[in-house]
Ligand binder design. Sequence first.
Ligand code: CU
Length: 123
Amino acid sequence: MKLKIKKLLFLSIIIFLNSCTKNTLEINENSNAHLITSPGMYFSPDTLIANVGDTVTFSMTATHNAIEVSQETYLNDGTESNSGFEINYGETKNLILDQEKVFYYVCQPHVQLNMKGIIIVLE
Ligand SMILES: [Cu+2]
């Protein structure tokens, strides 16, 4: 029962946050390796649901970066890093999801074009 409530809560967060993005959602419970790319002025997928222990590979093209920000910064289309992960322009980098958490990130030059994403890490 407790688990069900938790899942419902996460689901409502997902639906809300996904409405802020371009709506590409990846849920793949069978994989522990995920890839986020920048095929245009958006991240693909821009909403990723993963498990603790999974690895996310960010592969950014030359004009895009991916900077972790706070939830508030994310919702305000801000660009200020929260000292979390940073994937620089043109960089490919692995991120190990080591805790239950919702990560928010933006592409700094294109956040006003809604180029941002979330990673929801479940236990
Ligand atoms: Cu960009």
